[in-house]
Ligand binder design. Structure first.
Ligand code: HEM
Length: 367
């Protein structure tokens, strides 16, 4: 009330206060993703994503795993802000061209879905949310849980290859390295490590990833990783011949296209494909989780745990409100003059608030 009276007495002061407020960022408490963020602006968004993902996975089932991984590598480097989708430019090598991301695939899926979303609601849904929802749907389309997912992420404009190694477990990472990385960089727990690794119940890895466990392990001619079941090693040697870097092998050969808790039975039986899967047995928390799920009679607990950890991962570094932009093309930041670019959004914010201040001043003068 006192502020309103002061404003009426001194409209110029009020105008200055409004202009300063316009230049300040929104309070941190506002910066949240939320369930149904597109309910008003694009109510059919989640339906459009599901319909397109259903068609894509029906045609190419292996893309479910590809998209799920694409989302995780986005979130772990700079947050879930679609930085993985940006192309390198003349002056910058982007995340997607970092050596650790060489096997990442599924970019075309996001482009196809974004095109459908833009046809339904032009310029409304971000690439970050397109990817997040597509990853969420890849889980349900492979018979995993339906996970209600908060949306409202906007797209970032930083994608630097050097950031990838700083935020990813390096090849040969120990379980202690992974748990420390998750705790220190992402505020995620050892349980989250065990639960999210369960995503390896679908999808594939390249022979270049697997072969170090199969041949000349530890630099010794003819030896293989002793933590890998010997019969499974023989099967994998049949799939990944020496020198083959490109062939893809199933992470979960028992039920490769089904999102279930079977992964933990494999890991417990020394049949986890990646060395980081096998490493889950070397920490008390993660090994207890593996044992619990390997002996579970249903996937229910794993599904509930996965939903919790997946939502936590999906919130990492999310950009909301006037931060970031809604990219027109997922592989490129918007040109500076476009309506949804960072600069344009800021200038819109300023113009709108200044307009409001001028209108208020006019009313105050009339009164
Ligand atoms: C604990 C940390 C993790 C490590 C060290 C890790 C490592 C890997 C590696 C090395 C591959 C195979 C890549 C290749 O050979 O091309 C892979 C594939 C995959 N990862 Fe992970 N991952 C981790 C966490 C996650 C998370 C959090 C998710 C999702 C929630 C995920 C989902 C997948 C999927 C679905 C694939 C198969 C991709 C495809 O089919 O193209 N991973 N991961």
């Amino acid at each position: 009330m006192a502020a309103a009276a002061a404003a009426a007495r001194s409209p110029l002061l009020f105008l200055m206060v409004m202009l300063i407020a316009a230049m300040m960022p929104p309070p941190a408490a506002e910066a949240h993703v939320q369930i149904g963020a597109y309910n008003k602006t694009c109510p059919q968004a989640e339906e459009v994503v599901l319909k397109e993902m259903t068609a894509i996975v029906a045609k190419s089932p292996e893309l479910a795993g590809a998209v799920l991984r694409l989302f995780s590598v986005d979130c772990f480097v700079g947050g879930c802000e679609a930085s993985i989708l940006l192309d390198s430019t003349a002056n910058n090598t982007a995340e997607k061209d970092a050596p650790l991301n060489r096997g990442v695939r599924g970019y075309e899926v996001v482009d196809a879905i974004k095109a459908k979303l833009d046809a339904a609601c032009p310029g409304v849904v971000s690439c970050a949310d397109t990817l997040a929802l597509a990853a969420r749907d890849s889980i349900r389309l492979t018979k995993g849980p339906f996970i209600p997912l908060p949306t409202g992420r906007r797209d970032g404009n930083r994608s630097v290859a050097a950031d990838v190694a700083l935020n990813s477990p390096p090849p040969g990472a120990t379980i202690a390295d992974i748990i420390a990385l998750f705790a220190n960089k992402f505020n995620l727990t050892a349980k989250d490590v065990a639960v999210l690794s369960g995503a390896h119940t679908i999808g594939k890895a390249r022979c270049s990833t697997v072969s170090p466990r199969l041949y000349n392990f530890g630099g010794q001619n003819g030896s293989s990783d002793p933590t890998l079941d010997a019969n499974y090693t023989d099967i994998l040697r049949g799939q990944c011949k020496p020198g083959d870097i490109a062939t893809l092998v199933d992470l979960d050969p028992t039920t490769p296209a089904v999102f279930d808790a079977d992964y933990y039975t494999l890991v417990a039986g020394k049949r986890g494909l990646l060395s980081t899967d096998a490493a889950l047995l070397l920490d008390p928390t993660t090994s207890a989780y593996v044992a619990g799920q390997a002996n579970a009679t249903s996937s229910d607990q794993f599904f509930a745990d996965f939903a919790t950890s997946f939502v936590a991962m999906s919130k990492l570094g999310a950009l909301t409100h006037h931060k970031g932009e809604i990219r027109q093309v997922c592989s490129k930041v918007n040109p500076p003059s476009s309506p949804s670019s960072n600069a344009a959004a800021r200038s819109y914010h300023l113009t709108a608030t200044a307009g409001l201040a001028i209108a208020t001043l006019a009313v105050a003068l009339v009164l």
